[in-house]
Design a protein around this ligand. Structure first.
Ligand SMILES: NC(=O)c1ccc[n+]([C@@H]2O[C@H](COP(=O)([O-])OP(=O)(O)OC[C@H]3O[C@@H](n4cnc5c(N)ncnc54)[C@H](O)[C@@H]3O)[C@@H](O)[C@H]2O)c1
Length: 373
């Protein structure tokens, strides 16, 4: 079996998640490639030390250039957004393929530069967005690809959490524009909301954005207060053209959504059929059909609906770590030319398209008008 060596730059929240996904690789059934995490880079020593428990890790370093000189086949990068452009470009120029984290650069200009450089150098690059890999989301995607929906009425896609409702939560880089980007919450959560619509060809033409800053400062963790200048919530009222008709597409990303805890959802309504899936009910997919009576049918989905078969029981329910593993399987399969008709990770073009939406949303909000994308 072929083995690919993986390096991680940024061993924080997501870097550790990746190490765990690679550790569970044996859950994939008959997958033709094995992964080995061999090198990890993080500036913080205690963060690096955590990776000592992974037996295949041979290099721990604070200098990512040292990691790029090692024999890794591709690199996963999970660092704050202001570093994306420089680190991603260095990975590509070092001759390595890249599994990038969203938002794929701090702004549109950075995203275009990363995409164009990858293209020029012929590197395989994808961007992380794991929720469409949940079995329920996969069922929704299969349905949306094939069902006769009738006239499309509206599309809602979003990602909400409430982690920031507590005003005493200390500030961190995700709440400061210089590190997170002027797009704020859209940079944090927007790729999750746009991946499936973009993959279905539902590219917004126009956007009217409502952006909110709700808390302007937070404890700095040193006894004082620090400015918290990113957008907390963003509601993008878009129009997309489907079969010659303009259809409302609502994209919403919120850090202050009371009672939500990492809720990713999609709802598509047509005159004949519709679909609704939310991680709030992670094993439930709702399908609508206009019959004599109007009916929402409720389906339970387990691992059997995953894109890549796993040893986990087909009726067992899936969660975050499962869709993360499925996304990684899709990245590796596509890099090896083995994706087939399965759903793939977000492409550099899709990442750039997401930034085009977010940049237009910033203009829209500043000018309080709908903006063409
Ligand atoms: N796909 C998802 O669901 C998801 C969830 C959260 C975050 N993210 C994305 O992942 C990325 C990282 O977010 P996080 O939550 O893991 O952040 P984090 O703050 O937990 O981790 C970032 C790590 O990068 C390290 N770092 C900073 N500069 C570095 C450098 N020059 N060299 C090496 N390491 C460096 C930091 O020490 C830290 O450990 C962001 O792009 C974020 O948007 C994705």
């Amino acid at each position: 079996m072929k083995t690919l060596k993986v390096g991680i730059i940024g061993g924080g929240l997501m870097g550790r998640e990746v190490a765990c996904a690679i550790g569970r690789w044996c859950a994939l059934v008959d997958f033709p490639v094995r992964l080995e995490l061999t090198a990890v880079c993080d500036l913080v020593e205690t963060t690096r030390e955590w990776f000592r428990q992974v037996p295949t890790v041979r290099l721990l370093t604070a200098d990512y250039h040292e990691l790029l000189r090692s024999d890794v086949d591709f690199v996963y990068v999970a660092v704050p957004h202001h570093l994306h452009e420089a680190v991603y470009l260095d990975v590509l120029r070092a001759g390595k393929d890249l599994f990038a984290e969203k938002p794929f650069g701090i702004d549109l200009e950075a995203a275009r530069k990363i995409r164009d450089t990858a293209r020029e150098l012929g590197r395989f690059v994808r961007c992380s967005s794991e929720f469409p890999f949940l079995p329920g989301a996969q069922k929704a995607w299969q349905f949306l690809r094939s069902a006769e929906l009738g006239h499309l009425i509206e599309i809602r896609s979003g990602f909400w959490h409430a982690s920031d409702l507590d005003p005493t939560k200390p500030v961190n880089w995700k709440r400061q524009s210089q590190f997170c980007g002027a797009i704020g919450v859209m940079g944090d959560l927007g790729m999750h909301a746009v991946h499936l619509p973009l993959r279905l060809g539902w590219r917004p033409k126009r956007v009217y954005a409502q952006l909110q800053k709700i808390y302007y400062e937070r404890p700095d963790g040193k006894g004082g207060m620090a400015a918290c200048d990113t957008w907390d919530n963003a509601q993008l009222h878009c129009e997309t053209e489907i079969a010659g008709t303009e259809v409302p597409l609502h994209l919403s990303t919120k850090r202050l959504a009371p009672h939500e805890m990492n809720t990713w959802f999609i709802e598509v309504l047509g005159t004949e059929r519709g679909v609704r899936f939310s991680t709030k009910e992670p094993k439930t997919v709702w399908l609508f059909e206009r019959r004599k009576e109007q009916v929402w049918e409720r389906y339970d989905v387990g691992h059997a609906a995953s894109a890549f078969p796993v040893v986990t029981g087909g009726i067992f329910e899936a969660g975050f770590s499962d869709c993360f593993l499925q996304m990684w399987a899709a990245f590796v399969a596509e890099r090896e030319g083995l994706l087939g008709g399965r759903f793939g990770c977000a492409t550099p073009d899709e990442a750039v398209a997401s930034h085009e939406i977010f940049a237009a949303a910033l203009n829209s909000h500043a000018e309080r008008r709908a903006v063409e994308i």
